[in-house]
Design a protein around this ligand. Structure first.
Ligand code: ASP
Length: 358
């Protein structure tokens, strides 16, 4: 309910308020490079860990009907990079808003923010002030919703355990542990190198302020659903200026998925091991490249990681049916990787505001 209007109004208002396309251009260039680097690092960690621990060696295959359903979704959910770039331009902005197409909304909001600057006098001021007011109203709506969030978080958590059973954790234990260890390692790297090294914020201070966001990401399994809270936390608690958070965070929810990329690295190597397929160095590099690019343009919603995984597997000729092996534990791992996805976005917003000297 709050994601689309919040992203649209705040990004439009802050681009117009900034009055400078160059500034957004520089910020955009920087953050995209940053996102690609952190994603590539994440998936490298996943691939290396899975090679060291070898969780798939000696495993027997199992088939499952669910794989068909996943394969059916692949083409829709995993567009090529070129198509993603072309599709960024909405043919109808209202449709983009209605469908919650984040890249199209970002594109249109920035463009409209620049266009309004060409309008003279009072008309311009009225529109910008209204957008600022509406974006503040969305934030206060998020504040109201957050009052009942703890009950929602509790219910979502209970629902997952009731539906999947505690055994989701006991099956495939080694594989799950490798993913969890990789996620932890990546989070520690982000906190120490990016947040402290580049952003100059102490990790424990950040964790205290970001705790609410992390719990919310965990229980919803969705970077998109967490976005309003991520934006509020960046602005109100971490002091990130509005134009940085309203640009970097929605972009991050869509294109920056460190946790998901890492998990794909582990899963690809795990399935290859289960099928006794030796992966050459170049195949592993291809996995890293494909997973990094696959994370661009896929929305941060529950379960999208496993859909993108089919693309990664196909790129190096690993049988897609292998996904059946890991479906059972996917929900819990999805919750965990979403925490890392969202934390990565939040840390990026801190680092970017430091680069902006704010
Ligand atoms: N659920 C993740 C997110 O929203 C994406 C995924 O890995 O499935 O960030």
């Amino acid at each position: 309910m709050t994601v689309v209007p919040l992203v649209f109004f705040s990004l439009f208002a802050s681009t117009a308020g900034l009055g400078d396309l160059k500034k957004i251009g520089i910020l955009g260039g920087r953050v995209i490079v940053y996102y690609l680097i952190t994603t590539a690092v994440a998936i490298t960690i996943g691939v290396v860990l899975a090679n060291l621990v070898k969780p798939g060696v000696g495993l027997k295959m199992a088939a499952s009907g669910d794989v068909e359903a996943i394969l059916g979704k692949v083409n829709k959910a995993s567009p090529s990079l070129v198509k993603t770039l072309i599709d960024m331009v909405p043919s109808n902005p209202v449709k983009a808003l209605a469908e919650g197409n984040m890249l199209q909304i970002i594109f249109f909001a920035v463009l409209l923010g620049v266009a309004i600057l060409a309008v003279q006098g009072e008309k311009r001021e009225v529109v910008i002030t209204a957008a600022q007011g509406l974006s503040e109203a969305m934030i206060s709506l998020v504040n109201m919703i957050m009052k009942i969030a703890p009950y929602g978080v509790f219910a979502l958590g209970a629902g997952v355990v009731a539906r999947h059973g505690i055994k989701v954790l006991s099956n495939l234990l080694v594989y799950s542990l490798v993913v969890v260890a990789g996620l932890l390692l990546h989070l520690i790297l982000l906190l120490s190198l990016s947040l402290y090294g580049l952003g100059r914020i102490k990790p424990w201070e950040f964790l205290k302020k970001a705790r609410e966001v992390m719990v919310f990401a965990f229980s919803t399994s969705s970077s998109n659903a967490t976005l309003p809270l991520t934006m509020r936390t960046a602005e109100k608690k971490l002091g990130v200026p509005g134009y940085v958070s309203s640009f970097v965070l929605p972009l991050g929810a869509t294109i920056n998925m460190d946790g998901t990329a890492l998990y794909q690295g582990v899963a690809a190597v795990f399935i290859a091991q289960a099928y006794h397929i030796p992966l050459t160095l170049s195949a592993q590099l291809k996995i890293i490249l494909t997973a990094t690019l696959a994370s661009v343009g896929t929305a941060g919603v529950p379960g999208v990681g496993i859909v993108m995984l089919t693309m990664v597997l196909t790129s190096v000729g690993i049988p897609v049916e292998g996904i059946a092996l890991i479906l059972g534990v996917d929900r819990i791992l999805d919750m965990l990787r979403t925490v890392v996805n969202v934390s990565g976005d939040l840390i990026a917003s801190v680092v970017m505001s430091r680069f902006e000297r704010e």
